[in-house]
Write a protein that binds this ligand. Structure first.
Ligand code: GAL
Length: 369
């Protein structure tokens, strides 16, 4: 029978204890030392009776992040850490800032640090499959956080309903522009979410395209989700269409920022509806200022807490208790998908501000004295 990592950890600790109590040396001979033995994950201290009791045998979670160079992931980092600690566990966090090789080597480092479970935000949906193999080879389970790892035997996927994100964007924009020329600025081609967001958008607009009401005049991925790549894409879209574009859907707020920069340069900001996603502060400000139409708010606290709760359960050898599956090209992954929320200038107060995601003061900074 395969033993879980936690079970093995307890065996190591128990052996260490036997060794201290019986004061044996490596050959099993008795010796007089009473020095405590520290295993990688545990510490020993005297209990009230003067003996040695295990304490601090906390579950240790490794959190391998793609990047910390975007506002959203800084929130994930802090909220996940807080959620893990509230459960009495601990987390070691490493971020690769968009470098696939670095993310793989950081995951190896985490595995080598005696973690009980690995939680991964993959930069590249395919390249990170190797991390799953490495973790599994030493009995460590892997949770995909927010972004799916493809073609790998991952144990759990916790995210939002990402197709729904795209649908919310397209519903909001098609209400305002039921007919016309559309530009779609996608996210990183290497991120499975970018494909789901796009799928959601086309779920809504394809029937309108088929009817001849909507024409998509430009459709490109923005490499690595960067505003500068989205800016270049939007410039190209505008010049190819003599600035005659009626609506833009950008895969997130960072790319929407690049789009709005390109529109501003042509005196078009605020005149063409633009959708984004993430409820970043800059986007929330653009919404109340009138240059961005909407964003999609994903309550990251709920994601972080769910991921932390289920990671701890899995590490303890318990069942995560999920009720849905997502196919990742190899297996049906047990999954939890939380609901995203559409936000525009009319409901911004009762959503992201009411939730404390951003303060009212920060959001309205440039429009209210
Ligand atoms: C996606 C994520 C978005 C956005 C983007 C860029 O995978 O779901 O919320 O942050 O990455 O990092």
């Amino acid at each position: 029978m395969k033993r879980s990592f936690m079970q093995l950890k307890h065996i190591v600790l128990a052996l260490a204890l036997i060794c201290v109590v019986s004061a044996c040396n490596g050959n099993g001979e008795l010796k007089s030392t009473q020095e405590p033995i520290m295993s990688a994950n545990s510490s020993l201290q005297s209990d009230s009776g003067g003996g040695l009791a295990p304490v601090g045998d906390k579950i240790k979670i490794g959190f391998s992040m793609d990047t910390l160079l975007e506002e959203r992931w800084l929130k994930d980092k802090d909220l996940f850490k807080a959620a893990v600690e509230a459960l009495g566990a601990e987390v070691i966090i490493m971020a690769a800032n968009g470098d696939d090789a670095k993310q793989i080597s950081q995951a190896e480092t985490l595995i080598g640090q005696g973690i009980d479970i690995l939680v991964v935000v993959p930069h590249n949906a395919e390249a990170t499959a190797v991390i799953v193999k490495k973790a599994h080879s030493v009995g460590i389970k892997v949770v995909a956080y927010d972004r799916l790892i493809k073609n790998a035997d991952i144990d759990l996927y916790v995210s939002f309903d990402n197709e729904k994100v795209g649908e919310l964007q397209a519903e909001a924009i098609t209400k305002l522009v039921p007919r016309g020329k559309y530009v779609y600025i996608g996210g990183a081609d290497t991120d499975n979410n970018a494909h789901l967001f796009k799928k959601g958008v086309f779920n809504i607009i394809q029937p309108m395209i088929d009817k001849g009401d909507i024409r998509v005049v430009y459709d490109q991925w923005a490499k690595d989700w960067t505003p500068v790549n989205a800016l270049a894409n939007m410039k190209a879209a505008l010049s190819a269409n003599d600035n005659r574009v009626d609506a833009v859907i950008a895969a997130n707020d960072a790319t929407a920022g690049g789009v709005i920069q390109a529109l501003t340069a042509q005196g078009l900001a605020g005149k063409i509806p633009v959708a984004g996603q993430d409820a970043e502060l800059a986007a929330a400000q653009r919404i109340v200022e009138g240059t961005q139409t909407m964003t999609v708010y994903k309550p990251i606290k709920a994601l972080a807490e769910k991921a932390a709760e289920l990671a701890v359960k899995l590490a303890k050898g318990e069942n995560a208790g999920t009720d849905r599956k997502v196919n990742n090209g190899k297996i049906e992954v047990p999954s939890v998908l939380l609901l995203p929320i559409a936000v525009d200038k009319f409901n911004i107060d009762e959503t992201i501000i009411a939730d404390g995601f951003h303060s009212r003061e920060d959001v309205y900074k440039n429009v209210e004295k």
